[in-house]
Each structure stands twice: as C-alpha cells, then as structure tokens.
Design a protein around this ligand. Structure first.
Ligand SMILES: [Zn+2]
Length: 274
C-alpha cells in the first residue's frame, strides 16, 4: 500500500496515515482466545466474540493499493470525468474520504493531469482540507449537548482523532463492500445499513475510548444507517443476542448477499426494518 499525495496541502500527513493503516492491521492480529462452541470455532477479539477470524480482515485490507490525498476540487473533477462511485450515502464521513477502485481510466487521467503515478486497484481518497475543518464544522453547526461539546473540547488533537475515524471507516468499506458486491445490489433496502453500519462498526471496534466517544458524537447527526453500529454493538454486548450477531457478521464475510439479508432480518427488530 502506498500513500500518495496528488494535490493536498497536507502532504505531511502521509506518515501519520501510513501509521494508522498499520495500526488497523496490527490491532486485528490481536486475538485473545480461540474457543470451540457447537463445533464452531469462535474468536475472542477485543471483548467481542466473532465466528470469523478477524485476521481474515487483514487480507482484505491488504488489497488496498493506495491511499490518495487530494483536494476537494480535483476530486470533484475526477467524479465528473468518471462518474461518482455508487453513492451509498451522504454521511459526513463519506464526504471527507471515500473508498473506491482506481481504474485504468482514472490512473491515466491522474497521470496526465497531475503527473502522479497511482496504482490500479482499491483505494481510499482522503480530503485532508475537509478533515481538518470537520471538527470546527461539528462545533459550529451541530447543536451538541453541553456534555458532548465539553467532551470534544477536551481532546488535544481532535483532527487526528477524526482522521483516524475517517480512515478506519473507509478501511471498513474495503473489508465489507467488496465482499458483498454492494455495487451490483442496487435495490436492497438493507444495503446502506449493512455498508455504513458495518463500516462504522469496524471503525468503532478499532478506536480507543476517545475515538469511540467522538464517533458517537459525529454519528448523532448522521443519516440513520450510520448509527446502526450502535445496534450491532448492543447485540454484541447481550450474550443471548450474540449468536445472531455473529451469524450476521459471518454472512457478511461469506460474501453471500441473500444470507446477509436473511441474517439481517433475524437480527433486526421490526422497528428497524420499516
Ligand atoms: Zn461510509
């Protein structure tokens, strides 16, 4: 994986981004325990039980060929030339960064216009200019509860926390979207919930306490599907519901869209399905 800067003023972020990428990979290597239940191996990972080895996520993350820093206008131009990627959602996190595939066409366009050689394959476009503003935007535009506002003010480096949240979220898309082939699954009403919910859930699992708190604050004002990680998280905490949750995660990872739909139905209370 290469971190490349096409046109951002924040080229100095390259090193931090590289570190965050490896932090995600290393944290997925930490499995606490492997146990046998119902002849199925369950993995204990960061206080969670998963029927799938979280280390398999690493293989998917390794398919990322690059993380590209770009300014807002240039990214708009690429979207205009090549069509935007299927817009799954317009949540805050996906406006500051997004996961997509660099095609031969995009590669030669960037080479011609920006004289930068980018590899073909899965990538994350990051807009550092927007990431650096997001914290202020949240403070200004959100009507935050007093406690949340105070919590945000306490962080020494809120931009770094938001960068991490954005990157983990997009890496989450790299893990889950590919496998589900969500792009060809246009009419699925659960699509956004699975995609955004799982991406946020993935980020939530990897974040430390401060990161989790900030993600909770950001998600308050996000579209519904971005909040669904709370649902996944609640299921994971409730032992009785854990099995259903694990089946859901496993179905997602097995790339089987109809199974995912089935699992989601059993996982989701009636009120979430309407
Ligand atoms: Zn997303």
């Amino acid at each position: 994986m290469q971190v490349l800067n096409i046109s951002s003023k924040y080229g100095a972020w390259k090193e931090d981004i590289d570190c965050i990428y490896y932090e995600a990979i290393n944290s997925l290597k930490e499995i606490d325990e492997i146990s046998y239940a119902d002849k199925v191996i369950a993995y204990h990972w960061k206080g969670r039980i998963l029927l799938t080895d979280p280390r398999t996520f690493i293989e998917k993350i390794r398919t990322l060929s690059s993380i590209i820093l770009i300014n807002e206008d240039d990214l708009e131009q690429i979207k205009k030339e090549f069509g935007p990627p299927p817009q799954l959602s317009n949540g805050l996190l996906d406006t500051i960064a997004y996961y997509t595939i660099v095609t031969e066409g995009i590669k030669s366009y960037i080479k011609r216009e920006k004289r930068v050689e980018v590899p073909v394959g899965p990538t994350i476009f990051l807009i550092p200019e927007k990431i650096s503003r997001l914290y202020l935007d949240i403070m200004e535009k959100y009507e935050l509860k007093k406690d949340d506002l105070q919590a945000l003010l306490l962080y020494k480096n809120p931009i770094e926390i938001i960068l991490k949240i954005a990157l983990f979220h997009e890496i989450g898309h790299c893990v889950f979207d590919n496998e589900l082939e969500l792009k060809n699954y246009k009419h699925d009403k659960y699509r956004k919930i699975i995609s955004e919910g799982m991406a946020n859930w993935f980020a939530y699992c990897l974040l430390n306490k401060d990161g989790k708190k900030v993600l909770d604050i950001i998600s308050q004002k996000e579209p519904e599907e971005y909040k669904k990680y709370r649902l996944f998280e609640d299921y994971n905490k409730d032992r009785k519901k854990r099995k259903k949750f694990d089946l859901f995660v496993r179905a997602c990872l097995e790339c089987n869209v109809s199974k995912v739909e089935e699992a989601f139905k059993t996982l989701t209370p009636q009120s979430f399905r309407e």
